[in-house]
Design a protein around this ligand. Structure first.
Ligand code: PNS
Length: 171
C-alpha cells in the first residue's frame, strides 16, 4: 500500500523522521506530503522544506517528497494513497488528529493510521525547535545537522533584519 506522512515540517525533526522511517518499513511506498504554512508562524519556505526533507529521506528508497496543494484527502484520492500516517505524541495530539482523521474519512474515504511517537522524541515539536534555535539555543539533539545549519542561517538573517530593518545585511 502507498501511504502519506503529511505535515508542515518547519523544520523536519528526528520525531518526524522516526515516523517516516517506520512507515517506510511497514508500507510499500511512502509519500512525505509537505503542506503550505497556512495557520502557523512559518520560518522556512516550501522549497526549503522540500529540499531539507529530500536530503533527510535520501537513504529511504521507497520514500518520495511532494508538496500538498489543496486538501490532503483530495491528494490521497488523486494519487492512489491508501492511508494517512500521523505520529501521536500526547493526548492533545489525539484530540486534534481524531477530528482530522474523521473529516478526511468523510471527505474521500481515506483512512488514517496513528502511530505512537518514539518516547525519545515525544516532547519534540518544530514549533519549540524554531523558538529555541532563533534564540541561539542548541537544537542539535532534535534535528539533523544540516537542519541545525539552516536554522543558524535563518537566526542570523532575522538578527540582521532586526538590526537594520529594510536594508540588506552586509556581513
Ligand atoms: O502536523 P501539521 O504540521 O499541523 O500538518 C499540517 C497538514 C499539512 C497535515 C495539514 O495542514 C493538512 O492536512 N493540510 C492540507 C489541507 C487540508 O486537507 N485541510 C483539511 C484537514 S481535515
Amino acid at each position: 500500500m502507498k501511504v502519506i506522512c503529511p505535515g508542515s515540517f518547519d523544520p523536519v525533526t528526528h520525531g518526524h523522521l522516526d515516523i517516516i522511517e517506520r512507515s517506510a518499513r511497514s508500507f510499500d511506498e511512502v509519500v512525505v506530503g509537505v503542506g503550505r504554512n497556512t495557520s502557523k508562524n512559518g520560518l522556512f519556505t516550501l522549497d526549503d522544506r522540500l529540499s531539507m526533507l529530500t536530503q533527510a529521506c535520501a537513504h529511504l528508497p521507497n520514500v518520495m517528497v511532494d508538496p500538498i496543494d489543496g486538501l490532503l484527502a483530495e491528494y490521497c484520492r488523486t494519487h492512489g494513497v491508501g492511508a494517512i500516517v500521523k505520529g501521536l505524541r500526547f493526548a492533545s495530539d489525539f484530540d486534534y488528529e481524531l477530528q482530522m482523521a474523521q473529516m478526511n474519512k468523510q471527505l474521500t474515504g481515506v483512512e488514517t493510521i496513528l502511530l505512537p511517537t518514539a518516547a525519545q522524541w515525544s516532547f519534540v515539536s518544530s514549533t519549540l525547535v524554531r523558538e529555541i534555535a532563533l534564540m541561539d539555543g542548541d537544537v542539535s539533539t532534535f534535528v539533523p545537522d544540516f537542519v541545525v545549519t539552516a536554522l543558524k542561517v535563518q537566526a542570523d538573517h532575522r538578527r540582521n533584519e532586526a538590526a537594520a530593518p529594510g536594508e540588506e545585511a552586509t556581513s
